[in-house]
Design a protein around this ligand. Structure first.
Ligand code: HEM
Length: 480
């Protein structure tokens, strides 16, 4: 069957060889003459507090402004840090950091605002402890395991779409959050569909939604600032978290009381049976830290990525029309176009705009030298907007990720980085991709969405994610 794919315009192909190599690595491995020619990365001027506020409010203009004014490697300051945060934007630099031995480049998440909330989980620990937790958690989030969730995800999104009515206007992120929270709770706690009313899992789901709604308020941003740099929450934040924690601990106790052979294949059951090298089982606190991390990291990101996908699609009529046409006709090219759309949305609007490591020794990145114990961020969003990788980088064009014959063209490991990379690459990437594919396809099949304003939604930084300021506001024009 003929497809209606628009012809691939030649200007979308990256010109061969346009990307110049830029070596990076440990300074000690560079020849002394070359090392002598290096200079520190330029630092953005201005008080650290203002830089932190500007980054926190609108990370994209802040990062693009830094790169435009100071070049591809630059630094900015945030209060409380002795050394500026250096941002690198070349794929070779990303590769060098992501392939370095993990003890040389620990993740900054151990010092992020997530640390007091998530405790010492796979996201916020480093070194051997991190590797042990990651090994333990990888199997339930591996590609093959995810295939088992597909039917559940499909059921959840279609149940959600059944309730959508023509003419209504709402922020897509909120509706997507309801779906992705149910998906992650199903995987983590082994709940079928939505948790049943009256169960502790249902109370946890409702409490999580309330906390997330509160996290959208300016008051929460202030509380977050007050907890920054701490290992534990305190004050109001602690009281809020204590209530949520009580539910996690209750679920853990209830599951411990269930005989092992009656437990399922969910993450909680897996953690309860796991032992370390000394044969010790995990404590309730350790299990709680992993569970809250997976629930938080595992649904807000995906929900906002979905909101951004439709924020872009509803403002790019050609791509939106092609997507709807292909999936509604069940065209053989439909799945590749869905995949390309999801990749393009994550390229132009990655919900995590950069990922950080703290280098333990002096490094060099191209012409710049960076001191030991400096946080270095791979600026994924800036790599995604390099002209030499993605010509006309601000245009939303799923066709970039399609070959001439309409099949999907996988991007390079270090040129498309919405999930970070190396031994810290997102643990839930396969689950997130499955959700994005299934949900984007289902919405495109059944609903005509429209933007409520022609202008692009501005972005906003919440917790660690970059989200559409209006939550991806859409109008339902038609439902099938
Ligand atoms: C579109 C959705 C998502 C995006 C864009 C995303 C992005 C990311 C990024 C950028 C990182 C940091 C990687 C690095 O430092 O190199 C990360 C880490 C992580 N993500 Fe995701 N994520 C998504 C969904 C999920 C889901 C569904 C889960 C649920 C399992 C999850 C769990 C985690 C965990 C546990 C880590 C820490 C991994 C480690 O440090 O070893 N994420 N994610």
């Amino acid at each position: 069957m003929a497809t209606t794919l628009p012809p691939r315009t030649p200007d979308l192909r990256a010109p061969d060889g346009a990307l110049q190599p830029s070596p990076a690595g440990l300074l000690s491995e560079l020849d002394p003459a070359a090392a002598a020619r290096l200079r520190p990365a330029p630092t953005m001027p201005g008080p650290p507090i203002l830089q932190a506020i500007r980054f926190g409010r609108r990370p994209m203009p802040f990062l693009f402004g830094g790169r435009n004014a100071h070049g591809p490697t630059f630094a900015f300051r945030i209060p409380g840090r002795a050394r500026p945060f250096t941002v690198v934007t070349h794929p070779d630099h990303a590769k060098a950091l992501f392939t370095a031995p993990f003890e040389r480049v620990p993740s900054v998440t151990a010092e992020s605002p997530l640390r007091p909330i998530c405790g010492e989980s796979v996201l916020t620990s480093n070194g051997q402890r991190h590797m042990r937790q990651r090994r333990l958690l990888l199997p339930p989030f591996h590609g093959e395991a995810i295939a088992r969730y597909a039917a559940g995800i499909e059921e959840m999104i279609h149940r959600e779409l059944d309730a959508w009515q023509v003419g209504t206007v709402f922020p897509l992120a909120a509706r997507m959050q309801a779906v992705t929270l149910d998906v992650i709770m199903a995987g983590v706690f082994g709940v079928e569909g939505q948790p049943a009313p009256g169960t502790t899992e249902r109370r946890l789901r409702d409490a999580t939604r309330r906390v997330l709604r509160f996290s959208e308020t300016p008051a929460f941003a202030l509380l977050e600032l007050r907890n920054m740099g701490r290992l534990e929450t305190h004050g109001i934040m602690k009281r809020i978290l204590d209530r949520v924690d009580a539910l996690y601990f209750q679920i853990i106790r209830e599951r411990r009381a269930t005989p092992e052979q009656q437990r399922g294949t969910d993450v909680l059951s897996l953690l309860l049976s796991a032992t370390d090298e000394d044969g010790q089982t995990l404590t309730d606190q350790e299990i709680r830290d992993e569970l809250i991390t997976l629930v938080l990291a595992g649904h807000e990101t995906t929900a906002n990525q979905l909101a951004w996908t439709f924020e872009r699609l509803t403002r790019t009529p050609d791509a939106h029309a092609t997507l709807k046409d292909l999936v509604r006709r069940d065209d053989p090219a439909a799945d590749a176009y869905v995949e390309a759309t999801v990749h393009e949305a994550m390229r132009v609007r990655p919900v995590i705009s950069m990922v950080g490591r703290i280098i333990q020794e002096p490094w060099y990145f191209g012409d710049h030298v960076v001191e030991a114990r400096t946080p270095v961020a791979v600026g994924s969003v800036l790599i995604h907007h390099r002209e030499d990788l993605y010509p006309q980088p601000f245009a939303f064009r799923p066709e970039r990720f399609l070959r001439e014959d309409g099949t999907f063209q996988k991007p390079g490991t270090y040129t498309w980085l919405p999930f970070g990379g190396g031994t810290r690459r997102c643990l839930g990437a396969a689950l997130a991709m499955a959700e994005l594919r299934i949900v984007v396809k289902a919405i495109a099949q059944r609903v005509d969405l429209e933007a409520t304003t022609p202008e692009a939604e501005r972005e906003f930084h919440r917790n660690v994610t970059t989200i559409p300021r209006q939550g991806g506001r859409v109008r339902v024009a038609a439902v099938r």
